[in-house]
Design a protein around this ligand. Structure first.
Ligand code: SAM
Ligand code: SF4
Length: 337
């Protein structure tokens, strides 16, 4: 069926009548850490510079998306802050009509020096990954040192009002699950949302994942050992996390449970990989190349048509299950976790 201009301007909706309003943008596949659950120690086969979308190219895709209802974007990677002058991209995105929320996911290593400038450029909020509060463990999990720099990054984010500042902690049985209480306690006195994430099987971590996986329900039970909690509805967004809070706490504790309670039914997101593929599901292969038409001079309307048509291949749900090995899986870092 030919797509009319009216349709192009219609909001993005997939075959399962889910409105797509959220775009995650990976700006690089590179990273300055090598977290054991995410990236091989030797790194990946990195993209060549000319394979990466430029900031202007990313902004053009976002502009096309914004005309079709994309309202929130999240910048991620790899590690987005290793890409030079990220605040320039933030400023380009902030100037696009319709984009009203720009967030960043980062490991925090380089955040302290950039938080204020990112905020001034239009960044609204930040998620910082941190799996341990102990420096020797940090080095064992991330395979690089850096805990102090990440803690300084968290303080700088709070200082710069990149709020609500969220900490993402992947829980691994036997590696950091004894710190669930310490992380949860942070929310009593700091304006932080601590979110515990179930470890997903990706890339080469399948055996580790099967051995160290802890479900969100088990994690919440461990949190409750540190005090009574009540369900909390966050003031921001309707993302994948479920939140609880200790009485009188400044922050809240969340769990993200892609395996035990997936949130596919209310998925509102698609992803743009660093090399310009629109990925329809984090855990599937379905994608559409946007870089080629973009570099061949596609108009905003033509890009909009491609986005519109891509919605038809968004799958209903992911099919990952605990212990499942999938040769289709790629590391989060390649696909812009
Ligand atoms: N480098 C940035 C960071 O670490 O926040 C952004 C990219 S990272 C791939 C995005 C998120 O994916 C992080 O919170 C990370 O902990 C999470 N992640 C990566 N691999 C994962 C896995 N196997 N299971 C669960 N979460 C994972
Ligand atoms: Fe890098 Fe983030 Fe993956 Fe850790 S989780 S290796 S910081 S991309």
């Amino acid at each position: 069926m030919p797509v009319t201009v009216d349709l192009i301007e219609a909001p993005l909706m997939d075959s399962f009548r889910r409105s797509i309003t959220y775009l995650r943008i990976s700006v690089t596949d590179k990273c300055n850490l090598r977290c054991v659950y995410c990236m091989p120690e030797a790194g990946l086969t990195w993209l060549h510079r000319d394979e990466l979308l430029t900031y202007e190219e990313i902004a053009r895709i976002v502009e096309a998306g914004a005309r079709m209802g994309i309202r929130s974007v999240r910048i991620t990677g790899g590690e987005p802050l290793v890409r030079r002058d990220l605040s320039r991209l933030v400023a380009l995105l902030a100037a696009i009509p319709g984009i009203d929320d720009i967030a960043l996911s980062t490991n925090g290593l380089l955040l302290a020096a950039q938080a204020a400038e990112l905020k001034a450029s239009g960044l609204r909020r930040v998620n910082i990954s941190l799996d341990t509060l102990r420096s020797d463990r940090f080095e064992a999990i991330a395979r690089r040192p850096g805990l102090d720099a990440v803690l300084a990054g968290i303080d700088a984010a709070i200082e710069a009002d990149l709020a609500p500042v969220k900490i993402n902690c992947v829980v691994m049985r036997g590696r950091n699950d004894d710190e669930i209480g310490d992380f949860a306690q942070l929310t009593r006195t700091k304006d932080l949302y601590v979110r515990f994430i179930e470890m997903m099987p990706v890339h080469e971590n399948v055996e580790q994942q099967a051995a160290e996986y802890l479900s969100a329900d088990d994690i919440l039970a461990r949190v409750r050992l540190h005090g009574a909690v009540v369900p909390v509805t966050p003031s921001h967004g309707n993302g994948p996390a479920r939140y609880v809070g200790f009485e009188g706490a400044r922050g809240a504790v969340g769990v993200i449970s892609p395996l035990s309670h997936d949130y596919c039914e209310r998925c509102n997101r698609v992803r743009l990989s660093a090399d310009g593929r629109l990925k329809l599901c984090l855990f599937g292969d379905q994608h559409v190349d946007l870089r080629t038409p973009l570099r061949n001079g596609a108009s905003l309307e033509q890009l909009g048509t491609i986005l519109h048509d891509a919605m038809f291949i968004k799958p209903e749900r992911h099919h990952l299950r605990l212990g499942e090995t999938s040769s289709r899986m790629r590391a989060f870092s390649e696909i812009g976790g």
